[in-house]
Write a protein that binds this ligand. Structure first.
Ligand code: UD1
Ligand code: MG
Length: 489
């Protein structure tokens, strides 16, 4: 078995997480666009293990369904009662069967990595380093440890005079001098699979919690004369375990900062990292600029030289090169190169803006393809439409797409100029190069090059104010205007 490919990674996720005080199982809470267990599964995948097993228990149907959605190759092992971390790993090995199951065959079957489902900041790189140290040192078990400022609640790493790890003692079972130890068990281990399976059978429950502690495997293996080692992690924040919503927010801030740091080092300007939020799945081109108050979610990509924000939320949206997106909400949109969006635009799923196109102020679009150089600058709704190139849509226009039962499509050609305050009552087609008059309700197709006028004729009733509103301020103003006019001034 190579150092790069463990036989199995076991993720412990059966616990309830009562301190979250939530109807949602703890490991399904999200940070940066991924569930807590999703982050751990993603990091584990980087090791390319032969098997990836998640131990589920509390809300197992929900957790299992979630796992199936994020990684089809994850296996689950059910731990019906949470009898401790050692018991949980035993359930995982039973699920794997074969070399580790019961009855167990002779050969061991390589390295087994154990991680907790609530440590979302742990990286694949750290896991790989642990696996490599474990195999290079020929250990039976290697524990990932860290020096933490406050070790309360954690299992303490006990070493002998020579510095060798002798045991892990849980906080509740520790003596005062052991409690002073600041090196703690991260809950992440690399094991020799066969020795692990053997030792788990010997773990007892005579501790303060009456549980099978995985940590006891260490002492058992050492007493049996096997090599026990530790890999000291360089960054204790990576092993932050989430138990409540304060830690959830702390982890989110740390991961967000890490993602933005990677982006900045790759050439992205982030004006205010503390006020910018990104998901792990977001990508950037060089020289993208992100202004304060911006949230980039899901599969959003901001291409080279594009500028986004301030106060913008983009989900699953592609922003083209050199585009400008200001004070905008977009979901499932494609924004072309050098296009301009906002301020105050709302782009809904299926919006495709061509290069140099514009969706301006108070403009909402949905399921609309807008051609190159076409502008919808002000106060408009464009739904279920195709608009050609270099067309200008007048202010305050509505693509009337819904008849109360069905949605209909509007097609506008290239190089059109439609007037302000138009209603395009779908289905309707405006030909290339056509014009429409302001205030028109367009219900019939307009041929190419025609001017469509679809509005009431204007009628002026002379002297109406003087007759119907005599003595009013309006009447006085009108009278002086007429006077000025006839005086020729
Ligand atoms: C555990 C370790 C402790 C370590 C700490 C790191 C043991 C005995 N203690 O303590 O040394 O410092 O993690 O955070 O291992 N789980 C199950 N089934 C169970 C019990 C737990 O799946 O029966 C899962 C939980 O869902 C959780 C993980 O195992 O993801 C750790 O369990 P938890 O109860 O949080 O252990 P700690 O007391 O924190
Ligand atoms: Mg814990």
């Amino acid at each position: 078995m190579s150092a790069n490919r463990p036989a199995a990674v076991v993720v412990l996720a059966a616990g309830e997480g009562t301190r979250m005080k939530s109807a949602t199982p703890k490991v399904l809470h999200e940070i940066c666009g991924r569930s807590l267990v999703g982050h751990v599964v993603a990091a584990s995948r980087e090791l390319d293990p032969a098997h990836l097993v998640v131990v589920v228990g509390h809300a197992r149907e929900q957790v299992t369904a979630h796992l199936a959605g994020i990684d089809a190759d994850v296996r689950t092992a059910v731990q019906y009662e949470q009898n401790g971390t050692g018991h949980a790993v035993r359930m995982a090995l039973e699920e794997l069967g074969g070399v580790w199951g019961s009855p167990r065959t002779e050969s061991g079957g390589g390295t087994v990595i154990v991680v907790c489902g609530d440590t979302p900041l742990l990286t694949g790189e750290t896991l790989a380093r642990l696996a490599a140290t474990h195999e290079a040192d020929g250990n039976a078990v290697t524990v990932l440890t860290a020096e933490v400022p406050d070790s309360t609640g954690y299992g303490r790493i006990v070493r002998d005079a020579g510095g060798a790890v002798t045991a892990i003692v849980e906080h509740k079972d520790a003596s005062d001098s052991q409690r002073a130890i600041r090196e703690i068990n991260s809950g992440v281990f690399a094991f020799d699979g066969a020795l692990l399976a053997d030792a788990l059978g010997k773990v007892r429950t005579d501790n303060s919690q009456g549980e099978e502690y995985l940590t006891d495997v260490l002492g058992i293996l050492r007493e049996a004369g096997h090599r026990v080692g530790a890999a000291v992690g360089s960054d204790h924040r990576q092993i932050l375990g989430i138990n409540n919503r304060v830690q959830l927010a702390e982890a989110r801030a740390l991961l967000n900062a890490r993602l933005l740091e990677q982006a900045m080092l790759a050439g992205v300007t982030v004006v205010d990292p503390a006020g910018t939020f990104v998901d792990v799945t977001v990508t950037f081109g060089q020289d993208a600029v992100i202004h304060p108050g911006t949230q980039l979610l899901g599969a959003t990509h901001v291409a080279e030289g594009a500028e986004v924000g301030p106060n913008t939320r983009l989900k699953d949206t592609r922003v083209g090169r050199g585009a400008r997106v200001d004070n905008t909400v977009a979901d499932g949109a494609v924004i072309g190169d050098a296009a301009s969006v906002g301020p105050f635009a709302y782009l809904r799923p299926g919006t495709v803006l061509g290069s140099k196109a514009k969706a301006g102020t108070y403009v909402e679009m949905k399921n609309a393809t807008i051609g190159e150089g076409t502008k919808v600058p002000h106060l408009s709704y464009v739904g279920d439409a195709t608009i050609g190139e270099y067309t200008n849509i007048g202010a305050a226009s509505v693509f009337v797409n819904y008849d109360g039962e069905h949605k209909h499509h509007t097609t506008v050609g290239s190089h059109c100029k439609t007037g302000s305050d138009n209603m395009f009552v779908a289905p309707v087609t405006i030909g290339d190069g056509a014009y429409t008059a302001a205030g028109s309700v367009i219900t019939k197709d307009v041929p190419p090059g025609a001017l469509a006028v679809a509005r009431g004729q204007q009628r002026n009733i002379e002297g109406w104010v003087a007759r119907k509103r005599p003595g009013s301020a309006a009447a006085t103003a009108a009278q002086s205007a007429v006077q000025v006019d006839s005086d020729g001034r």
